[in-house]
Write a protein that binds this ligand. Structure first.
Ligand code: DO4
Ligand code: MG
Length: 274
């Protein structure tokens, strides 16, 4: 079942119908019986009909958003190439095989863009890309309770100049998108799950690519365990799990582009670039 946040509150969608959930994500996420509770909303709840997609908001409450990096071979290769001249390539090579993963802070909730919202480009960057990523919703006890789609917008020229510039390349206005809804399940996603991206420019496909979860180097639980080591998340948190799709070096996003990211079983996140 998919959980959406709308201007009228939370709803779960099941078999084409939306059911109200009279809780906030911040209280829902704490429940030990979270998935059974959502089942109950469908079985005994009131449905006003199909989901009204024009009412969707970013599916987030008070959760912090974190991100993992260099979890796919494709990302390792791209980072090594972009930072080679600055001497940073070795860092990315080492983190790919190191025991400790790369984890970085990505966004506060109020800065997250939802479905249909415009993602942004840094005004001082000349090489900007979207990063289509599986995003985990993790409860305060460190359990993965749901999955959504994330876009870790990045300024590759700034990141490539010096690894210490990573926070500036990753955290700026409208640099993180989540949605459209959260697949709420305690079950792991199949390794065959496909992640795909299409970037549209002037009604043409400017870039398209895809990968699958089978290409990810680390188990999701390992990323979560490192994130929760010596850190508390009273409202849980979101964790973007890294990108396995990188456009060619000649590609940079432009204002007016549209980014479409699809993950099997979750949905399609569509954001214009502005
Ligand atoms: O190491 C820099 C960022 C990597 C990243 O965001 C990714 O691999 O998705
Ligand atoms: Mg990323």
């Amino acid at each position: 079942m998919i959980l959406y946040r709308t201007i009228d509150g939370l709803v779960v969608e099941h078999q084409g119908r939306a059911y109200e959930v009279e809780e906030l994500l911040d209280t829902l996420i704490v429940r030990a019986d979270l998935h059974a509770f959502l089942d109950q909303q469908i079985r005994g709840g009131y449905s006003s009909g199909p989901l009204d997609r024009s009412k969707l908001l970013a599916p987030i409450g008070s959760q912090e958003v974190w991100a993992a990096g260099v979890t796919y071979l494709r990302s390792r290769a791209a980072r090594m190439a972009e930072s080679k001249d600055a001497g940073g390539g070795d860092f990315y090579d080492r983190v790919y095989t190191a025991e400790r993963p790369e984890l970085f802070f990505k966004s506060l909730p109020h800065k997250v863009v939802g479905p249909g919202g415009a993602v942004g480009l840094r005004s001082d960057a000349i090489w900007s890309v979207p990063e289509p990523e599986l995003a985990l919703l993790i409860n305060p006890r460190g359990q993965i309770v749901g999955y959504t789609i994330g876009n870790d917008m990045s300024s590759r020229d700034i990141e490539g100049q010096n690894p210490l510039y990573l926070p500036q390349a990753k955290v700026y206005n409208r640099s993180c998108a989540l949605g459209p809804g959260i697949l709420m399940t305690p079950q792991p996603l199949p390794k065959t799950t496909r992640i795909a991206i299409e970037i549209e420019r002037a009604e043409q496909v400017a870039f398209a690519g895809e990968t699958s979860l089978a290409q990810m180097k680390r188990p999701l639980e390992e990323l979560v365990a490192y994130l929760y080591r010596d850190q508390q998340f009273p409202f849980g948190c979101f964790l973007l799990t890294g990108t396995g799709i990188v456009p060619p070096d000649s590609f940079t996003l432009e204002k007016g582009d549209t980014v479409r990211i699809g993950i099997e079983g979750i949905g399609l996140l569509v954001n214009p670039v502005n």
